[in-house]
Design a protein around this ligand. Structure first.
Ligand code: B12
Length: 1326
């Protein structure tokens, strides 16, 4: 259709539509709609018209010839550039160019123009990738720079806004990034030279422009998952570093980090620049930083105020800071005023040509633009002006002429601020106005049991609620600490912070990233856009490490907490505190680090007083005096400390109570006592803090809400506490006085004077029995469980339940009766009694001998009215699924103790899927985990597969799964949770960093054998067998702690562990009874010789060869008996060494003679026979007790034999005199890692150990296909004697190591990957 007929057709259509409308009949609102739509159409038509009538395509002015170098030479002289700019910015308002994008549009390039010759055949659209034009249209880009210079700009920006691998990835052009930046810089420098030759009085310069990239480190791209990020800090830093290298090599004079809408991206850019200078040795060019305020709220896209933005980047010491883009000049005014008010450097602005119009274009003409920016100059807010979107060389010409004409006075820089400034979304200045800074400690896993539990349970969202509560209750800074052995601290830190940052009510506050592990703290810094506090560094590892770490913290721009620690240890006395802090201060502020003094916070260690050691009683005073010393002698530095340490001597149950906000099961008397302790402790804290603050302490990690005001502390308590805190009184009897006071108070309360019951506790006790039980279950209270359950039982229990009530299994009884009461209260008991709750099949999988955990689950389910079919141990998949079929099982539960069983569980899940089964699959046992179930088992089975942590949860889970009203919701919950876990798992795999095997080996322990270490020569070389070791000798070596775990008895702090558990209010009595039953059983076993203790130990000559240990014949012939293979740590962390067990044995090449030992022990012979008999008689309690006791004896036997080795058989510690407790704390020399334990996770290593020991023949202990030992109560280990040996965790290992390990072991890769499955740092299927 030609244009005339097209226009006729359009007109006809419009007429047709209009004819049908009678405008008179339309309402006012309808008419408005019509007018709006017509206006929109008209605008579109006008835009089309303008573009048709536009000036013809611009053609670049071709430049020929060469020009003399710029005044600052080549390679650039950074100092000359800086002083030129400093001088000029103080004298006049300088001019930076306008937009590149808008100006490029004037040249009207087509797709072909963008591609040029170089990419003419590429299978990718390139139009819009403006940065590429430096290659394909270089003349034009140089021409644009030239036009800006000629318009009056002092400096232009390179055409590299998207010149990072991250931004170029959109066009698959990552590979040209370095070249792009270099070429872009060269073009701009060419133009600068050309114009400088024309106007030598005004030399021109080039800013290397670094854009924000198209990803954000602080903001999640997913609305559903605010904790998610699509790029990491390290990726962004790497990308920026490559860009910086190209720009500098291309000859730029200034680095410009611009259009910052997420400060964390900008911090990564500044970090990359700093790192680049340090690594390259290149002179430091001036840096200009330019942020973008997105709307009239005055915040960046990532939520920061202008002040907070400045505080977050001030550490990079920019020459100039300002705002550009997004708004027009009039809208920017208040934010420019704020910036000029806070910045210590020069200030600039380069706004858009007004706000964008309906078409996304900019309407301000050159004149309008220069009129608009004039206000900044008039108000003295700026040292440089320019233009952003919508501006062209004509706009800049108009601006430059105005500045030339009117000679405004430039902005005068603020004096350098010598106060600490911190920022989250908002900024704070630590000064007299702010006063004492309260660092909220509730998100510190080491300081808050509640937070710790939530994080360990993966409930990060609930953890956030704690952070919110902290912020609401007046914390000035939020402390985040994830130091917990069971956690991947780095991952947890990142995950929590990434979730916290989008919560404005929390992230408005600065964060204190807190970890004793440097790398975890650094991981935290990588998540925070604001200026943080880094807690902590110290001289513990020596000066070199201190300097290195301080420089890293400085590079992130964080303030730092310095612990008063040095190579010798923790500073306890006044002298040590002052000496170490002074030394640290001098290093930090000295020329090598140049840390800002006001960003240093010393923690001179608040240590415990009144703990029974007289010399320690001065610790409080020492701290107060050290505070004074620091304030007076180390200018600028601050002081902080963990106040509650002071009174740890008085620690009671109170912390837990306070934490959970309800009474933790003590009777009124104990409660009163603990309240006294709380009151005393709080009084001591308040008094101590009062004196510290008087002397200059300005930070503190405290639970602020809990502390009384000094003046409010009643006398004589205040005086007594004060004397103790300051360790001084007229008669010197202050400590005794306070203790006596405490004792008397306690007695007074015991006599009834202090009976305090929480109000709500009393109220809920008046409710009906069902509500009372529900309340205590929901709140986890057990104080009244016994009496309530008894009441319920009298009322409702069924005959069957009463029968079970005679069972002597204490926790089972409690569990059962509680549930019975619930059920009865709900009126369901009778109904269930008739039909039972359902059928559950239980089995320990093939190759595994684990029984006890499964048995407990079986009994608990049985007691709760489930029909349980227990298939036993070592059950092949077929048997298990047959049992399900035969018994019409409604649930299948699998159990396993050792890692190879995990694979077996996956195999069962696959088979269930293949057979089309639908019943829920429950996974349990010591080696299993929620994560493994989510990642490996659940995806194999379309029915629900879920992990169950312990027996007490099994009942709830099975009940819900079989209840039609609850099942669906539960399955949905599990699926959702597991999906998240899978995502977390893969994200964590991707984010962890590993050394290559080669690098890790380089970082091995590297003992200088023969020089630093001489291995002891053993008394025994060869093996020794113990056929029937006297059981009574094992008794002192028993570790009772795991015994209580079996029965799921865990005392509440401080009554954790044996024998303190006996004092526990809730479980103490039961623990005593169980322990007595256990001891009685052991006595019986010894008397009747029911169990036999058998063992074989051996020591052989050996040497390390790489990561392996060659074991030689005992006869001294040097013949190689075989090889023990060991695995090396690879996951990156702070430690200097990446260990393998072979590091603990002298290397073959050293020529030094060395040895390894080993043993296999068992106390399980005879156990199974007794247990089957007891089971047949229905005495589950005694059966489980028998298994638990046999396990204890086996471990005790292992401890005893190791002791014997050290003292006699190896004999290197003949005089060792450790208590049993110290032995359990591994205070001896040498280690005995068991194959399967974290130091050697590979169970197959037991095969060669068995061969060496001839273990099966010597003891009768056999091994299953999965290398589980039979009888179950058996332990084996390899023994290392050298003092350098320590326990460690191999952790995850990479493919390079598995490849190497497999070939060393003569295994296929698949086989090695199968045995090492849970420890792989990669997905072998990927
Ligand atoms: C006590 C103990 C032992 C005892 C007893 C083990 C036994 N017979 O059960 C002794 C000292 C004998 C022992 C030996 C070994 N152990 Co061990 N041991 C432990 C320890 C400390 C506690 C396990 C335990 O008994 N807990 C108490 C019971 C009651 O709990 P449970 O088994 O977890 O069962 C509960 C829940 O899991 C759940 N549950 C269990 N099954 C099921 C099933 C279903 C369906 C459901 C719903 C729930 C459920 O409910 C149960 C009751 O609450 C764990 C570490 C730990 N903290 O878990 C290591 C641990 C299990 N042992 C381990 C290893 C490696 C070994 C050895 C191979 C070491 C060696 N080379 O000698 C041997 C193997 C023994 C053998 N026969 O082959 C590893 C296993 C993981 C792995 N890497 O393979 C662990 C995890 C230690 C570790 N961190 O590496 N061990």
């Amino acid at each position: 259709m030609d244009s005339a007929s097209l226009s006729a057709a359009v007109t006809a259509e419009i007429e047709r539509q209009q004819a049908a409308i009678n405008y008179d009949e339309l309402s006012l609102d309808e008419l408005k709609v019509v007018v709006a739509s017509l206006v929109e159409r008209l605008e579109l038509a006008k835009a089309a018209l303008t573009s048709k009538m536009d000036t013809p395509k611009l053609v670049a002015a071709k430049v020929e010839g060469t020009f003399p170098d710029l005044p600052w030479g080549s390679p650039v002289d950074a100092e000359m550039v800086r002083s030129y700019l400093e001088k000029n910015m103080q004298e006049r308002i300088m001019v930076i160019d306008g937009a590149m994008g808008t100006t490029i549009q004037q040249y009207k390039f087509s797709e072909e123009d963008f591609r040029g010759e170089r990419w003419k055949d590429i299978d990718q659209e390139l139009k819009g990738n403006n940065d590429l034009l430096v290659f394909t249209q270089p003349d034009t880009i140089r021409d644009i720079h030239r036009r800006y210079f000629l318009a009056g700009a002092d400096m232009v920006e390179t055409n590299t806004f998207s010149g990072t691998t991250i931004a170029q990835a959109d066009y698959k052009m990552e590979h040209i990034v370095y070249e792009l930046n270099k070429v872009a810089a060269e073009l701009a420098v060419d133009a600068a030279k050309e114009v400088t030759q024309l106007e030598p009085h005004k030399p021109r310069m080039v800013c290397g422009a670094i854009g924000p990239t198209n990803r954000t480190l602080s903001i999640s791209p997913s609305v559903e998952d605010p904790g998610f990020r699509n790029c990491t800090w390290d990726e962004v830093v790497t990308a920026y570093k490559e860009q910086v290298a190209g720009l500098i090599d291309g000859g730029v004079h200034i680095i410009l980090v611009e259009t910052i809408f997420d400060t964390l991206n900008a911090k990564a850019a500044l970090f990359a620049i700093d790192e680049y200078y340090e690594e390259s040795g290149c002179p430091r060019l001036p840096v200009i930083i330019s942020g973008t305020i997105v709307d009239m709220s005055g915040r960046t896209l990532s939520g920061q105020t202008t002040e907070a933005f400045y505080v977050s980047v001030q550490h990079s010491k920019p020459l100039c800071i300002g705002l550009n883009c997004a708004l027009g000049a009039p809208q920017m005014l208040p934010f420019m005023q704020a910036l000029a008010g806070v910045a210590e450097c020069f200030v600039h602005s380069y706004p858009n040509a007004g706000l964008p119009n309906a078409m996304g274009g900019y309407d301000d003409t050159p004149q309008m633009f220069s009129d608009a920016v004039r206000q900044f100059a008039e108000l003295g807010l700026v040292n440089m002006l320019g233009g952003c979107c919508g501006t062209t060389p004509e706009h800049i010409a108009s601006l430059a002429q105005m500045l030339d004409r009117e000679k405004f006075k430039p902005h005068v820089r603020n004096p350098l601020c010598d106060k600490m400034r911190l920022s989250g979304l908002e900024a704070i200045t630590v000064d007299a106005n702010l006063g004492y800074v309260n660092i909220g400690e509730r998100c510190n896993i080491a300081g808050s049991a509640k937070f710790k539990k939530l994080i360990l349970d993966g409930k990060y969202d609930k953890g956030l609620e704690i952070a919110l509560a902290q912020a609401e209750s007046g914390a000035t800074v939020i402390d985040v600490n994830m130091d917990e052995g069971l956690l991947d601290g780095e991952y947890a830190m990142k995950k929590f912070l990434n979730m916290l940052i989008p919560e404005p009510d929390v992230s408005k506050l600065p964060i204190c990233v807190d970890s004793s592990k440097f790398h975890i703290g650094v991981a935290g810094l990588k998540c925070c856009q604001g200026k943080c506090i880094f807690n902590s560094i110290s001289l513990k590892e020596g000066e070199a490490a201190f300097i290195k770490n301080a420089k890293i913290v400085k590079r992130f721009g964080a303030a730092v907490v310095v612990m008063a620690f040095d190579e010798v240890g923790q500073a306890a006395t006044y002298e040590d505190k002052c000496r170490i802090c002074k030394r640290a201060y001098d290093i930090l502020v000295g020329p090598e680090v140049e840390f800002p003094p006001h960003d240093i916070i010393f923690d001179p260690n608040i240590l415990t007083i009144v703990a029974g050691v007289e010399e320690h009683n001065n610790y409080g005073k020492d701290f107060i005096l050290a505070t004074k010393y620091i304030k007076e002698n180390l200018p600028g530095a601050h002081i902080s400390g963990g106040v509650s340490n002071l009174s740890f001597g008085f620690r009671g149950l109170t912390a837990l109570e306070a934490e959970y906000g309800f009474i933790v099961s003590q009777p009124a008397l104990e409660r009163a006592r603990s309240q006294l302790l709380t009151a005393l402790r709080e009084a001591m804290h308040a008094i101590f803090l009062y004196h510290c603050i008087q002397n200059g302490m300005d930070f503190g990690i405290v639970n602020a809400g809990a502390m009384p005001i000094y003046e409010d502390i009643p006398q004589p308590m205040r005086q007594y506490c004060e004397e103790v805190v300051l360790n001084e009184s007229a008669d010197g009897g202050h400590v005794e006085r306070l203790l006596k006071f405490a004792e008397e108070e306690k007695e007074r309360k015991d006599a009834g004077g202090g009976k305090v019951v929480k109000k709500d506790a009393a109220e809920w006790r008046n409710k009906p029995i069902k509500e009372r039980l529900t309340y205590s279950l929901v709140k986890g209270l057990s104080e009244f469980t016994d009496e309530d359950v008894e009441e319920a039982r009298q009322l409702f229990a069924t005959p069957l339940e009463q029968l079970h009530a005679t069972s002597t299994l204490p926790f089972l009884e409690a569990e059962k009766t509680k549930r019975a009461a619930e059920r009865a209260a709900a009126g369901l008991a009778e109904e269930e009694e008739q039909c039972g709750k359902g059928t559950v099949v239980l089995a320990t999988v093939k190759g595994d001998v684990h029984d006890i955990g499964k048995n407990i689950v079986g009994v608990v389910l049985g007691c709760n009215n489930f029909k349980v079919i227990d298939c036993g141990v070592m059950q092949p998949c077929f048997n298990i699924l047959e049992a399900c079929r035969e018994n019409k099982a409604q649930i299948l539960g699998l159990s396993g103790l050792i890692t190879p069983s995990l694979d077996e569980m996956v195999a069962v899940a696959k088979e269930m899927e293949r057979l089309g089964m639908k019943i829920p699959l429950l996974i349990g046992g010591a080696t299993t985990s929620k994560m493994h179930t989510a990642v490996k088992v659940a995806p194999m089975y379309s029915g629900v597969a879920m992990h169950v942590l312990d027996a007490s949860r099994a009942v709830g889970v099975c009940s819900a799964l079989l209840n039609p009203d609850q099942r669906e919701e539960m399955v949905e919950d599990v699926n959702e949770q597991y999906e998240e876990l899978r995502e977390d798992h893969y994200a964590s795999l991707a984010s962890r960093k590993f050394k290559t095997l080669e690098e890790a080996r380089e970082l091995g322990l590297g003992v200088k054998w023969g020089k630093d270490a001489t291995p002891p020569t053993p008394q025994l070389v060869g093996t020794k067998v113990y056929e029937d070791y006297p059981l009574e000798e094992l008794l002192p070596y028993i570790d009772w702690n795991p015994f209580f775990q079996v029965w799921q008895l865990r005392g509440k702090y401080p009554n954790r562990g044996y024998p303190k558990i006996f004092n526990d209010e809730t479980v103490g009595e039961e623990a005593k009874k169980l322990h007595a039953d256990g001891e009685a059983l052991i006595a019986d076993i010894i008397k009747n010789k029911t169990l036999k203790a058998r063992a074989v130990v051996g020591i052989w000559p050996a040497n390390a060869v790489g990561d392996d240990i060659e074991v030689y014949a005992a006869d001294g012939s040097g013949a190689v008996r075989g090889v023990l293979h060991t695995l090396r740590q690879q996951e990156e962390r702070e430690d200097d060494h990446y260990l393998a067990l072979s590091d603990f044995v002298a290397t073959k090449e050293s020529g030094v003679k060395d040895y390894v030992g080993g043993f296999a022990v068992s106390c399980g012979f005879g156990c199974e026979e007794v247990c089957s008999k007891l089971r047949a008689e229905g005495d589950d309690y005694q059966g489980i007790m028998m298994e638990a006791v046999a396990d204890r004896l086996a471990e005790a036997f292992a401890e005893l034999l190791h002791h014997k080795m050290r003292k006699e058989l190896w004999g290197y510690a003949p005089d060792e005199a450790l208590s049993a407790d110290d032995m359990l704390k591994v205070k001896y020399q040498g280690i005995r890692p068991a194959p399967g334990y974290p130091t050697q996770p590979d169970h197959t290593e037991k095969a060669f150990l068995w061969e060496l020991l001839d273990a099966e023949k010597a003891t009768g202990i056999t091994m299953t296909d999965s290398f589980a030992m039979l009888p179950a109560a058996s332990v084996s280990a390899v023994i290392f004697a050298n003092p350098c040996s320590t326990y460690f965790q191999v952790g995850k290992v990479c493919k390079d190591q598995i490849t190497d390990y497999a070939s060393r072991k003569g295994m296929s890769m698949e086989e090695a990957e199968r045995w090492m499955g849970p420890y792989l740092a990669y997905d072998p299927a990927a």
